[in-house]
Design a protein around this ligand. Structure first.
Ligand code: AHR
Length: 523
């Protein structure tokens, strides 16, 4: 094509700073190389765990509608929500909180439902807690989903005896009085409790305990909140750090290092939200690119935290016997206008899908230590997978990321080499591309590619040395805009589309849309 001289002159007169960034770099190519010869740790499927607290509409309406509801249900539990959660293969659900757990008295939530006492939920809106959804309903819900229990016991306002009784009620196969009560309530066989949380945020809503006071409590609870069923293993998770604070990490790990025959733990927890500061002010709808960039940068702090706490843990436990459970993570935004205080209801956008991918990638890269994680929270609360409104249900962009990542469950981590480039907005700079890879339990090499730039697409040349791939197949999650959301009126604005990448010139080439997450398998 002949370009008129006048046009060439115009381009020459533009300084580089005036040329839009998208014009300079739209066609640059980032080579991504997967190394299948150096497999790393298993990416434990438990890092894809969920969190369901008695908070707002998380349990009541979100999961529980009652057997007499016109909303299709199985023994009171919504069928649509169960089917959606089965599709993302939820490995575990943390329950009943959160701050709620430290005011929960389990005996209020067993026996005939019409006889259960109404109590209060002072943490979350001061509403009445009907105790309709209790131990048996939670276990039934898990059975329907196919997930493990991650039970948080009450250390803040409970007693060691109350916790010990709950564990006996749940786990003993012996004909004790508590086992008989369990049988009378409809479940003679022991329940499985594969993960037990020994308190929640005892540095905050769980009792504002000093690290020393908590470690003393921990020894008592780790001793008496026993698993009474040797056939069914249970991992105990101590309270660990609040974000970047290291006092709990040091204290709990030092206590573990000097543990006696009388107590033990298998993990410690980390809580970190993408929030910048409390109270949360960032909007979940109609937000600007400033907000977009700031929250992506904030999310990347997860890497610093995994390194900081991982290093402390290595000091006491170089063999990595104690796992890190990131059992509260996700973006925490300003509540949606018109929703009740304390219900933590926020929309969920394409940006939040990217935040989910960045966090999951961080956990995968640290999978030798991070072996449990729980996004906060599963339905209708914070960075939810699912929204419900009466009989309607919407899947969020974050749900779709969990769906795309199913092949990474229990896959073997593979190192990936790439130049990430930079996405710049104002003062904010973050790596433009993120990528992880793993060998799935299906034997295939899976790659996740994220383009954080909300304007520029990026071309990827994908290679895996030693793998003769002629194509890659998978799905991509992109959206009309970085702040696009799914609503009850337009539930499919953001949803995955199929990608099928053919080999050209010995390479697999694909284009990542702006602000997108793509997961492909090499074939
Ligand atoms: O997820 C909401 C709350 O955040 C939890 O109840 C608490 O543990 C944390 O502070």
């Amino acid at each position: 094509m002949k370009i008129p001289k006048r046009a060439l002159l115009c381009v020459a007169l533009l300084s580089v700073a005036q040329i839009p960034l998208s014009a300079i770099a739209a066609d640059d190519v980032i080579p991504v190389g997967v190394d299948v010869t150096k497999p790393g740790a298993k990416i434990d499927r438990q890092i894809f765990g969920q969190f369901a607290e008695h908070l707002g509409r998380g349990i009541y309406e979100g999961i529980w509608v009652g057997p007499d509801s016109r909303i299709p249900n199985t023994r009171g539990i919504r069928n649509d929500v169960v089917a959606a959660l089965k599709a993302i293969k939820v490995p575990n659900v943390r329950w009943p909180g959160g701050c709620f757990a430290d005011e929960y008295h389990w005996k209020n939530g067993i026996g005939p439902r019409d006889k259960r006492p109404p109590t209060l939920n002072p943490n979350w809106g001061g509403v009445i807690e009907p105790n309709t959804f209790g131990t048996h309903e939670f276990m039934d819900f898990l059975d329907q989903v196919g997930a493990d229990a991650y039970l948080s016991i009450n250390i803040g306002s409970g007693t060691p005896a109350e916790a010990a009784d709950w564990l006996e009620y749940l786990t003993t196969p012996q004909p004790t009085a508590l086992q008989q009560q369990r049988a009378a309530n409809g479940h003679p066989a022991p329940f499985r409790v594969p993960i037990l949380g020994l308190g929640n945020e005892t540095w905050g809503c769980g009792g504002s305990m000093t690290p020393e006071y908590y470690t003393d409590q921990l020894k008592v609870y780790a001793r008496y909140a026993r698993n009474y069923n040797s056939q069914q293993p249970m991992r105990r998770i101590a309270v660990g750090p609040d974000g970047s604070h290291t006092e709990y990490t040091e204290a709990v790990m030092a206590a573990w290092k000097n543990k006696t025959w009388a107590w033990d733990i298998e993990g410690i927890s980390l809580h970190f939200y993408t929030v910048v500061k409390f109270p949360p002010t960032f909007k979940s709808v109609d937000f600007s690119e400033d907000d977009y960039a700031t929250l992506l940068k904030e999310t990347r702090r997860m890497y610093d935290l995994l390194k900081t706490h991982g290093d402390i843990m290595d000091k006491y436990d170089p063999e990595k016997k104690v796992l890190l459970s990131v059992d509260e993570w996700g973006v925490w935004l300003d509540k949606m206008p018109g929703t009740p205080d304390g219900f933590l209801e926020q929309q969920n956008s394409q940006r939040d899908a990217l935040i989910a991918a960045l966090n999951l990638n961080a956990f995968a890269r640290h999978s030798d230590r991070v072996r449990i994680a729980n996004i906060a929270q599963m339905v209708n609360v914070l960075q939810a997978m699912i929204f419900t409104r009466q009989e309607k249900m919407v899947l969020t962009p974050t749900y779709h990321v969990f769906h795309l990542y199913v092949p990474f469950q229990d896959a073997t981590f593979l190192p990936v080499k790439f130049e990430a480039g930079t996405y710049r907005h104002g003062d904010v700079e973050v790596p433009r591309v993120d990528a992880i890879a793993a060998k799935g339990t299906d034997g295939k090499v899976w790659v996740s590619l994220t383009n954080l730039d909300p304007v520029r697409p990026v071309n990827i040349d994908l290679q895996a040395a030693g793998v003769k791939a002629t194509r890659a197949r998978g799905q991509t999650l992109s959206a009309p805009r970085f702040n696009s959301v799914n609503t009850f009126e337009a539930p499919e604005t953001v949803k995955p589309k199929t990608v099928d990448v053919q080999a050209r010139g010995g390479k697999l080439s694909l284009k990542l849309a702006p602000a997108s997450v793509t997961v492909v398998a090499l074939e």
